[in-house]
Ligand binder design. Structure first.
Ligand code: ADP
Ligand code: NA
Length: 330
């Protein structure tokens, strides 16, 4: 693989990725493979910062790998691996913990949000140190660019600060990673509550399209998506969030322009528009589901893919870690 190094991670915290994950992040992972040297990590160690079920976690790690490959991630071109299989992540995270201020860590908005839910006393220390583990994930691979959504921007800023701080204090060691701004990033909202983002923690399964949904069920969710009463297919996130979301999905899955699609349905109400999109979405999920099932049926092969990925990742990571250990006096 050649080109700038990119790193990205995703938590194995659901049985299926949803359309928001795919359109907002994972389809870019696939595209970046063409001209980048990519490291893609299933971050199972991040997934235990909140209470979890071990059996489900192991299964979801497999399912995540299978879905990514089904989407087009090519393990021959990109390094696909599970975080826990590369011990350098935890080892570097410790060193980074030791150069991070407690106040600095506590100021991270994700920590504040997540710890506020159950109360600070109940939050795990892992939740607090999560950003330093994320920094280790990125810095081990001398990553030049990180595709990040808005939700991870602050953590990437901290990663850059820690890289610079380490380099200044102990000598040039880390590449300082830049955010990779993806111009056509699609923020997908809930189909039933178009004011909140599509998320695995959605209140109703009807609001969220899983990439492993049954094609008929997915089509039905599109047809029953909440829109508005003025019956005009037009992009306006403020006053027409439901229709705008459907237009965003339509455009992203077909590679067409939103305006051109809106023009096609002018004066026709929402009927034909929704029916066409429901078919586009069904055609999108159908092969993904099939390929994922095929991949999941051969665990030995998936194990081999993840083992090979981890071996390749370890080679790069251990080189960086050796320099770090040397620099800090180990
Ligand atoms: P969730 O919000 O369902 O918990 P994650 O936080 O695990 O999903 O997000 C994984 C990736 O998918 C991140 O890069 C995030 O920015 C992206 N993502 C999640 N939800 C959406 C969405 N509704 N629209 C666009 N991108 C999303
Ligand atoms: Na999120």
């Amino acid at each position: 693989p050649t080109g700038p190094r990119v790193f990205s991670g995703i938590q194995p915290t659901a049985d299926s990725f949803h359309l928001g994950n795919y359109l907002g992040a994972l389809r870019h992972w696939i595209r970046l493979q063409d001209d980048h040297h990519a490291f893609y990590c299933i971050v199972d160690m991040h997934a235990i910062t909140v209470e979890h079920d071990p059996v489900a976690l192991r299964e979801r790690t497999y399912r995540s790998a299978a879905q990514l490959i089904a989407m087009g991630l090519d393990p021959q071109r990109s390094t696909l691996f599970a975080q826990s299989q590369v011990p350098a992540h935890a080892e570097l995270a410790w060193v980074l913990n030791c150069i991070t201020g407690l106040g600095e860590a506590r100021r991270m908005t994700q920590f504040k949000d997540k710890s506020a839910k159950g109360g600070l006393e109940q939050a795990s220390v892992g939740l607090l140190t999560y950003p330093m583990l994320m920094a280790a994930d990125i810095l081990l691979y001398q990553t030049e660019a990180v595709p990040v959504g808005e939700d991870q921007r602050q953590h990437l800023e901290l990663t850059r600060d820690l890289a610079q701080r380490f380099n200044t204090r102990f000598g040039e060691t880390f590449t300082v990673p830049a955010p990779l701004i993806i111009s056509d990033t699609a923020k997908i909202v809930d189909l039933q509550e178009p004011t909140i983002k599509m998320s695995k923690s959605a209140s109703s399964p009807k609001g969220i399209i899983d990439v492993l949904d049954d094609p008929k069920a997915a089509a039905k969710k599109i047809r029953s998506a909440v829109t508005d009463s003025d019956a005009e297919v037009r992009f306006d996130r403020e006053s027409k969030p439901g229709v705008s979301n459907l237009l965003t999905i339509y455009a992203a899955l077909t590679g067409r322009k939103v305006d051109e699609i809106a023009g096609q349905y002018e004066g026709q109400g929402y009927g034909a528009f929704k029916v066409d999109l429901s078919e586009i979405v069904a055609d999108f999920v159908a092969p993904l589901r099939e390929r994922t099932d095929t991949l999941l049926a051969d665990r030995a092969e998936l194990d081999a893919i993840l083992r090979d990925g981890a071996a390749a990742a370890r080679e790069v990571a251990s080189t960086t870690l050796a320099t770090v250990y040397d620099r800090v006096g180990f």
